[in-house]
Design a protein around this ligand. Sequence first.
Ligand code: ADP
Length: 302
Amino acid sequence: MTVIEVNHLRKLYHGRAVVDDVSLTVEEGEIFGVLGPNGAGKTTTVECIAGLRARDSGSVSVLGLDPSADRDELRSVVGVQLQSAVLPEKIKVWEAMDLYASFYERPADWETLLDRVGLAGKRDERFGKLSGGQKQRLSIALALVGNPRIAILDELTTGLDPQARRDTWELIGRVRDEGVTIVLVTHFMEEAERLCDRLALIDSGRVVAIDSPAGLVARVERDQTIRFRPSGPLDDAVLKALPEVSDVTKSGGTLLVSGTGNLILAVSAALAEHGVSPLDLRVEGATLDDAFLALTGKTIAP
Ligand code: ADP
């Protein structure tokens, strides 16, 4: 079932289209990523979806509601975590949860929610005293306190250390497993690759492609590279003779074999034939950044 449908969305700032003819659909229960470089129009797009910005043209339907006309109804089914969650420094964690819960008819049990985001022990802490990661987790809990069917999360792991980032990804995965549809704005390739079922790549206000992370990567016809240490002597010519192999280079005791097609199968078979095993084998394939580069000529990485 489609829960979000955006058609030909346009948003202008000072006469400049920062969202320019964006169309996309989000299906129930998926984690849908909006990925692109800074300034691409990702936040503006999701703000139009959440009813926080008025669009200039196009249509948006969220669970059958029009965000610009049905804002109150929308608020009860869509939870939003925005980049700059602004709370007063002195508000205590429990007070913020209690306040946000009071906005909803059927709020979640916020004590349980705090526990799930790992902040039960910070219940009485003031917002200003929380670490960056704790603030981020609180903002996720606040986005979920209304028991939304859709959660829109913007740059949710920016500024987090790698462990806090992984914990947050795990949390989002669990929220999705409970049936909440998630729209995730990000400029982190790894986040998009690990979490998202489907992704819209956005550049300069336009959708460049929509597909699964694997589907996007498969569009790149880039050579793969295999690295390994041969267990015994091996003549390069054996590998160079394979139609899949385009290049073989040596770096110390390690061989780097690049090529296309089913490279790993072809190389493994040739090695086996010569009684050689590939030790410390690593395969390096194309990434989402390669896909973005191939589609736009730019990289996402800041
Ligand atoms: P992203 O989320 O991809 O980083 P944004 O949607 O935040 O991109 O911004 C897209 C473009 O719109 C940027 O060039 C930004 O400077 C501009 N922009 C965003 N908000 C406003 C605003 N309120 N007024 C004027 N320009 C804005």
